[in-house]
Design a protein around this ligand. Structure first.
Ligand code: NAD
Ligand code: ZN
Length: 359
């Protein structure tokens, strides 16, 4: 069976396109209880963007601090209950922020119409009915969350996405002006998430001409941004990074991620290490699996004097490493892609523990 994926319904791209958001939402305001919920990264509180959010009438605006923890099932359930109790079903949800805020917006949209805790829906196609209209406005680029069909949540048992067709945004607004203020370290880590998506998507059995075309273009853009003559954080590269993130996301959607992401999920679930940073820590040690990709990744690390700490595993006891290895092992679709049909012959808990000990 070939994958049959739903894409974003509408996309607006360009500098200043954020100004069109109000106009885009207007025709949807007749739906449900006729108000919008805006989920905005706390970073923008008190910044110019705060007053540009096109909230009106009884719209609700929530500023969320994403640095406390990655989005959780409990957080979504509480927010959903509060919103429904206050004003009933909204016309839609708009997420203005990075992967964290976009995942909150996607998950909230689904949980506003699906009963019970979001923990019930962590997995593939478990969501019962479509959510409300939802819009993604990335303010940091790299994870591809703007285009993916998953809303990653950390629950009491698993870190797993609500993954289904209805998760995909109805609309995205790609305005490169919004990513100009991203701190350089995050600009690097999240951009590398795109690069790693492409390396992994390309190197595995699910790669095909369709996913390859997106990865090839996204990697070219990453090379311009992180290694080219005009490398660095500037307007031209912000324009490119926003597109690279989207294309990297499309590439992995039609193919799959691999070794780095499988290990990264283990590290994030057990120690709470943030996704893009965790990927960078791990990619640094994956020469055996992705020799060319890792060599180029290291060039980029060097170019921007990024310090990736070594010797972290020294402080982890065997129990912690074993737990990480189990989380990673339980991602068979990634291993099948990266290693092949007989992946269980080479990928064992002991081997995964050894890989974690390299960190
Ligand atoms: P993030 O949303 O966690 O934000 C990272 C930091 O950047 C935060 O401190 C935030 O406040 C700040 N920030 C965001 N925009 C800014 C701006 N314009 N200026 C200054 N600071 C800004 O970052 P992320 O890396 O995009 O997202 C990580 C999350 O995405 C994780 O929770 C991860 O699980 C999830 N994720 C989801 C998918 C998916 O497909 N749904 C894929 C990968 C990762
Ligand atoms: Zn990723």
């Amino acid at each position: 069976m070939h994958k049959n994926f739903k894409g974003i319904e509408k996309t607006v791209y360009g500098r200043g396109s954020f100004n069109q958001l109000g106009e885009i939402l207007a025709p949807k305001r007749v739906e449900n209880e006729q108000y919008f919920v805006f989920i905005v990264d706390q970073y923008f509180k008190g910044k110019d963007l705060e007053v540009r959010v096109p909230a009106e009438g009884k719209d609700l605006v929530y500023f969320i601090d994403v640095d406390v923890h990655e989005p959780t099932t409990e957080q979504i359930d509480t927010l959903r209950d509060e919103i429904l109790a206050k004003q009933g079903l909204p016309s839609g949800v708009v997420g203005i922020g990075g992967g964290s805020v976009m995942d909150i917006a996607k998950a909230l949209s689904l949980m506003l119409t699906n009963e019970g805790s979001s923990t019930l829906y962590q997995g593939l196609n478990l969501v019962k009915v479509p959510g409300v209209y939802h819009v993604g406005v990335p303010t940091i680029s790299g994870t591809g969350a703007e285009v993916s069909m998953t809303a990653v949540l950390t629950g009491p048992v698993k870190k797993l996405g609500l993954k289904c067709e209805w998760t995909v945004f109805n609309q995205v607004v790609l305005d490169p002006e919004l990513i100009a203020s991203v701190p350089t370290d995050w600009w690097f880590y999240t951009g590398m998430d795109t690069y790693i998506h492409c390396v992994e998507s390309e190197n595995g059995r699910f790669n095909n001409a369709y996913s390859h075309a997106f990865a090839e273009q996204a990697m070219k853009l990453c090379r311009d941004i992180y290694l080219g003559e005009n490398a660095g954080q500037n307007a031209e590269n912000d324009d490119k990074l926003m597109v690279a993130s989207l294309m990297g996301g499309l590439s992995l959607t039609y193919s799959e991620v691999g070794v780095c992401h499988a290990l990264s999920y283990g590290l994030s679930k057990i120690l709470g290490t943030r996704h893009c940073y965790a990927n960078c820590l791990i990619m640094n040690h994956l020469e055996d699996y992705y020799p060319e990709g890792v060599a180029e990744f290291k060039e980029m690390v060097k170019r921007f004097n990024v310090t990736l700490p070594q010797g972290l595993a020294k402080d982890w006891d065997d129990e912690t490493i074993t737990k990480m290895a189990h989380v990673s092992y339980n991602l068979p679709h990634m291993w099948l892609h990266a290693i092949g049909e007989n992946w269980q012959e080479t990928i064992t808990i002991d081997l995964l523990k050894d890989l974690f000990r390299r960190l």
